[in-house]
Design a protein around this ligand. Structure first.
Ligand code: HEC
Ligand code: HEC
Ligand code: HEC
Ligand code: HEC
Ligand code: HEC
Ligand code: HEC
Length: 428
């Protein structure tokens, strides 16, 4: 009996080590799984490249709703979709029946060709995302839609991790129970034989003894634990308050893809501050009413959202007059640098001639506004080191620059050379 339990304990210990290793490798995978068919990456790519024409619901936009698309296209869907997304025009010419059918079903509107824009791996990621999209918003489906959509994909990996952790806990308890049972069995056996009972060693004493007799094991375990702790501690510390992808829900589900994308409204029409000074600014609802006095929405979803604009400004669409009480909208802020850092839009947009895209991503395709860049100090500095200063348009500097280039033609003048790395330019 005694021996049996000792054996059991040993095999359990081995199993524990196994579970722990599994847990460790699993966390590592979950943290940076770059393998083919990464649905999280795919989700981002989908929102950047496809969301302007496709919903992941049943709803049609320019293209058909992609809910269940992996089931309706010819199987294996991976192959068919790869060919279609890569170059649908060429694929149709090969005479593929289904490809030609979707095309005619959509009254011959052609989809964008992505060959050259997206690599095959990227397309595979998108397919992985479409095979199992998150609970996506129906178009403009009200208030908290933004939160659900593309929510920081808590991959299956994390669930798996939790299960392993629970198993680990249960096994530890089991080991403890078995150890206690064994101890009492030993003492009973010893008592029967009339030997002295050795049950006065506490758990702590036993552990110390084990450490004394297994110094190498102990050292290895410690090194391993310290390494794990440092790796995750370091990554965790760097990640505090760094939130690219952050997309709070908004009181009105304002969609940049419809305004800046489909309707091509210039960013500066609404964010006119970006040219003038520090703050780009969120437009007042009067700006919206320039158009929305007339545009009430072409479908019930849009009408519902646009009605919120009317409610806010007190517009009565029947009487076409501002006769109702006003209810100011409180937009949720997406980007927020800490107060100790100074950032100025005009410096970048006007003087630096940078496009909004550099820092905000392709906003014209966003269905919910989101933070694109990490907004860390390293991000600012990296760009200042890499971006050449715009000389054109300023005779004085253009001349100086020419003179410098004569000295060393390989050298480009970046923002870093102009003091873009000086602490006081950004902190004051
Ligand atoms: C400019 C608009 C547009 C963009 C951008 C676009 N699509 Fe399409 N897509 C369409 C249209 C329109 C169709 C219908 C077929 C046709 O008319 O060519 C379609 C069809 C499809 C189909 C077949 C749907 C079915 O019902 O079988 C898939 C899959 C698809 N698109 C995936 C994508 C993916 C993935 C992306 C992004 C990489 C994307 N599309 C980007 C317009 C677009
Ligand atoms: C029709 C008006 C309109 C146009 C055009 C427009 N925006 Fe916006 N933008 C808004 C409104 C309203 C908000 C606040 C709601 C939100 O965050 O979605 C906003 C929010 C933003 C934010 C986030 C602000 C924050 O809270 O940090 C950024 C960044 C942004 N817009 C960039 C752009 C860019 C880049 C373009 C051009 C491609 C653009 N916008 C075009 C109206 C507009
Ligand atoms: C060099 C990078 C950069 C460029 C280029 C840039 N932005 Fe920004 N933008 C930022 C940063 C950083 C913040 C956060 C500022 C803060 O929190 O003080 C921000 C914040 C915003 C905000 C919300 C806060 C505010 O200032 O009103 C809007 C709206 C916005 N940007 C729109 C635009 C538009 C429109 C353009 C193009 C005309 C543009 N940005 C170009 C970096 C940039
Ligand atoms: C230059 C004209 C113009 C301006 C300015 C404008 N819109 Fe729109 N808006 C449109 C058009 C066009 C549509 C599409 C209507 C449709 O297809 O039914 C639309 C659709 C919408 C919708 C429904 C789709 C969606 O985004 O959920 C909402 C809500 C909306 N606008 C809110 C606003 C707000 C808030 C502002 C001000 C920050 C604004 N609009 C400024 C032209 C404009
Ligand atoms: C996409 C590249 C890019 C990013 C990202 C960027 N900058 Fe800049 N920044 C520039 C360029 C280019 C200039 C130079 C404009 C000019 O020609 O004078 C500049 C100029 C500046 C200046 C003026 C420096 C001077 O010499 O007077 C400040 C301050 C500044 N940036 C702060 C920031 C901060 C803070 C951030 C991060 C939140 C940031 N920048 C992110 C490109 C960038
Ligand atoms: C181009 C602009 C820029 C310059 C130059 C710059 N910083 Fe920063 N710094 C920032 C921004 C933006 C943040 C906020 C980052 C964040 O919120 O993650 C920041 C954050 C910090 C922080 C807080 C820690 C952190 O990472 O959040 C410290 C400390 C700091 N800076 C010190 C310095 C010192 C010292 C220098 C000069 C050697 C310097 N900075 C130069 C833009 C700059």
């Amino acid at each position: 009996m005694n021996k049996l339990i000792t054996k059991l304990q040993k095999s359990l210990a081995a199993f524990l080590v196994f579970i722990f290793t599994l847990l460790f490798t699993n966390i590592t995978y979950a943290a940076d799984a770059p393998s083919a068919g990464n649905a999280v990456e795919g989700g981002k790519l989908f929102h950047a490249n496809c969301a302007s024409c496709h919903y992941t619901t049943d709803q049609k936009l320019t293209g058909p709703g992609l809910k269940g698309v992996t089931e309706r296209v010819p199987q294996p869907y991976q192959d068919w979709m790869l060919k279609w997304i890569r170059n649908n025009a060429a694929f149709r010419k090969t005479g593929d029946a289904y490809a030609n059918k979707v095309f005619t079903d959509n009254s011959g509107t052609a989809m964008t060709v992505f060959e050259g824009t997206l690599t095959d791996d990227q397309i595979k990621n998108i397919i992985a995302y479409l095979a199992n999209p998150p609970q996506e918003i129906a178009p403009a489906a009200g208030n908290d839609a933004g939160n659900k959509q593309g929510a920081p994909a808590a991959g299956g990996g994390e669930n798996y991790g939790t299960i392993l952790l629970i198993t680990l806990g249960a096994l530890l308890i089991l080991v403890y129970v078995l150890r206690t049972v064994r101890k009492s069995l030993v003492s009973v056996a010893n008592q029967k034989k009339g030997l002295p009972v050795h049950d006065d060693m506490s758990f702590w004493q036993e552990t110390c003894q084990w450490i004394r007799t297994h110094k190498v094991h102990f050292a290895v375990i410690n090194i391993f634990l310290v390494a794990v702790f440092c790796t995750y501690g370091w990554e965790y510390l760097w990640g505090i308050d760094v939130t690219p992808g952050y997309h709070p829900s908004q009181p009105i589900n304002f969609r940049h893809d419809i305004h800046a994308g489909v309707n091509g409204i210039a960013c500066l029409y609404c964010h006119s501050g970006a040219e003038k000074g520090k703050v780009a600014g969120i437009p007042t609802l009067n700006v919206c009413m320039n158009c929305h006095k007339g545009i009430q929405g072409s479908n019930p979803e849009f009408q519902k959202e646009i009605a919120k604009v009317y409610y806010a400004v007190g517009w009565d669409p029947q009487k076409a007059a501002y006769t109702n009480p006003q209810h100011p909208v409180e937009w949720n802020r997406v980007h927020a640098l800490p107060d100790f850092a100074y950032f100025n839009h005009a410096q970048h947009v006007v003087v630096g001639k940078l496009d909004c895209k550099n820092c905000h991503g392709d906003v014209a395709t966003f269905t919910t506004d989101q933070q694109f860049a990490p907004l860390t100090m390293g991000w600012c500095i990296d760009c200042h080191r890499a971006t050449p200063v715009q000389m054109a348009g300023n005779g004085y500097y253009a001349k100086l620059h020419e003179a410098l280039m004569k000295q060393d033609s390989s050298r480009k003048i970046t923002e870093a050379d102009m003091g873009g790395l000086e602490c006081a330019k950004c902190h004051y």
